[in-house]
Ligand binder design. Structure first.
Ligand SMILES: [Zn+2]
Ligand SMILES: [Zn+2]
Length: 76
């Protein structure tokens, strides 16, 4: 298999904002949560809570690109 030079790159947008429940500290993505309340608090305490703090990913300023030729995801 030839090695790919990753010439054709498409920017991959990472939109997995994470949230942490202030009560049970469950970490959930905004997508998973949707419009519902914290599933852990509901399960354990039978209380519907929507008290979350946003977690900012500490991964530096790496931007991810997806190679159109081989499909590999590369970071810069
Ligand atoms: Zn490639
Ligand atoms: Zn919770």
């Amino acid at each position: 298999m030839k090695s790919c030079k990753h010439d054709v790159l498409t920017l991959v947008k990472t939109k997995d904002n994470k949230l942490r429940c202030r009560h049970c500290h469950l970490i959930i993505t905004e997508d998973e949560l949707g419009r519902s309340c914290c599933p852990e608090c509901l399960e354990t305490h039978k209380i519907s809570r929507r008290d979350f703090e946003k977690i900012t990913e500490e991964q530096g300023n790496n931007t991810r690109y997806c190679c159109d030729s081989c499909g590999m995801v590369v970071e810069y």
